[in-house]
Design a protein around this ligand. Structure first.
Ligand SMILES: Cc1ncc(COP(=O)(O)O)c(C=O)c1O
Length: 457
């Protein structure tokens, strides 16, 4: 574990000196967020796992994502320990952060992978995950993706509709393989999260409705190429309360009883999905202890094995996006700092109205001012932080945007023909570029401005 983690752990001093006029509560919030990320101040400088972030910014430029692998490991171990009372596997949701350095760190700890596409399958295999430790979820798998997964020997394929079940059965027959499958149930559980990431309610596209699960199981059990091992759910993301999981678990347990009545000798696993929420602002995160305390008694009693598919919980707090202030502006009575990072680099504020805390890389002790941090993209919706009280920021000064380890780089785009930023991995006081900055040439290298001369594609 890096020095930064030790300095940062739970210490109010990690946030640096209080600024005159700083809003009440901000200092404690920042201290907690820095600790979550394994960040700490040494004097004015912000360090991640012992590495000054300014050093990384100097060498790779900005914008740049930086991930603390020590912090990722710490989260994994905490969840693993909390679930120790039941047979379990933690399958990291690759969609949250697919960088190979992150995947390899989790693979080395014994994690499996939860994937949702052929691309993620290739990524997980490239990172060295054993195929049998991979769970394939997703509402729209193509026939080719299903075939690829069957061929690769993916451990569990979770079907989300009767039609997909049929298609998977055909793929199993074609490949002459017996495939271990799960049924993703839509348990109709309401969760308190952003509607775009609530996935366990009735009337949305995910999963098979409770009243159709037994019929789907009957079809699966009758198919010689399919082996039904799992009932699965995924309620949504950024959940802060364990209660919906308890409700969903009860539905799954009821369905296990009904499906077993049909004769389902291999049905031995419940997949509870991901969703554990983290702290972005003042939330109380859904920590593994609270999660396990709510669920373990019933799980133990059931005798079933458990799979969980966390993404955000494992990596969200461990990442930051480094950015530099390009310009200051005053317009319509408001202050703006225009950053070199925009919505193409970090989309969450623009699409979810998500809050990401922002801290200086070098604390200068300036009094706070009310300001919008915006990006260079040609959209008014291109902002990273609105109406914040932040220490005064001048052109050329750098900030770290916190909570940027999950659903951030993976959603980056080339909008406005902006190359995607690099990803840097940090662990135990050292760092490396885990993915270089995309080049401008790469943006259009494969494009063809005119039809080929002699027919053809
Ligand atoms: C099936 C499934 N599992 C796991 C996850 C990971 O969710 P989270 O990052 O909130 O843990 C998702 C996220 O969308 C998902 O769809």
């Amino acid at each position: 574990m890096g020095e930064g983690v030790l300095i940062g752990r739970g210490s109010g001093a990690a946030a640096g000196p209080a600024e005159a006029g700083e809003p009440p509560g901000r200092r404690d919030r920042v201290a907690a967020l820095l600790a979550d990320a394994g960040l700490a101040r040494r004097g004015p400088s912000l360090l991640m796992a012992g590495v000054p972030l300014a050093e990384i910014a100097e060498q790779v430029g900005t914008p740049a994502y930086v991930y603390n692998l020590d912090a990722v490991r710490e989260r994994y171990r905490a969840l693993d320990a909390a679930l120790a009372g039941v047979p379990h596997r933690i399958c990291f949701a690759v969609k949250a952060n697919g960088n190979l350095a992150v995947l390899a760190a989790l693979r080395d700890l014994g994690a499996g992978a939860d994937i949702v596409s052929g691309g993620e399958l290739a990524r997980a295999l490239a990172a060295g995950f054993a195929p049998e430790r991979i769970v394939f979820s997703g509402v729209g798998k193509t026939a080719a993706e299903l075939r690829e997964a069957v061929r690769a020997g993916v451990g569990h394929i979770h079907v989300e509709s009767a039609a997909e079940l049929e298609r998977l059965g055909a793929a199993a027959e074609d490949e002459g393989k017996r495939v271990r499958i799960g049924i993703r149930v839509n348990p109709d559980v309401t969760t308190d999260t952003h509607p775009y990431i609530a996935t366990g309610r009735s009337g949305i596209k995910f999963g098979i409705p409770v009243d159709r699960v037994v019929e789907a199981a009957r079809v699966a059990l009758a198919h010689p190429g399919l082996e039904l091992t799992t009932l699965a759910m995924h309620l949504g993301s950024q959940l802060l309360d364990p209660e919906p999981y308890v409700e969903g678990l009860e539905r799954l347990l009821g369905l296990v009883r009904e499906v077993r009545a049909l004769g389902a000798p291999a049905l031995d696993t419940l997949d509870l999905g991901g969703g554990l929420g983290i702290r972005y602002q003042d939330e109380r995160m859904l920590d593994p202890e609270r999660f396990a305390a709510a669920l373990l008694p019933r799980l133990r009693e059931s005798g079933l094995g458990v799979v969980v598919e966390p993404g955000r919980y494992l990596v969200g707090s461990a990442g930051v996006l480094l950015a530099e202030v390009l310009y200051r502006k005053h317009s319509g009575g408001k202050e703006f700092a225009v950053l070199d990072a925009g919505m193409n680099d970090l989309l969450r504020p623009s699409i979810y109205g998500a809050y990401h805390e922002v801290v200086e890389l070098e604390a200068r002790g300036r009094p706070p001012e009310r300001i919008d941090l915006v990006g260079p993209v040609c959209e008014t919706g291109d902002f990273l932080a609105l109406d914040r009280l932040l220490p005064g920021l001048g052109p050329g000064e750098r900030v770290a945007i916190l909570g940027a380890g999950a659903y951030c780089f993976v959603m980056a785009s080339n909008y406005n023909s902006r190359p995607r930023p690099p990803e840097v991995a940090v662990e135990g006081g050292r760092w490396w570029v885990a993915r270089p900055r995309e080049t401008v040439e790469a943006l259009f290298r494969d494009e063809r401005a005119a039809a080929p001369r002699e027919g053809g594609a």
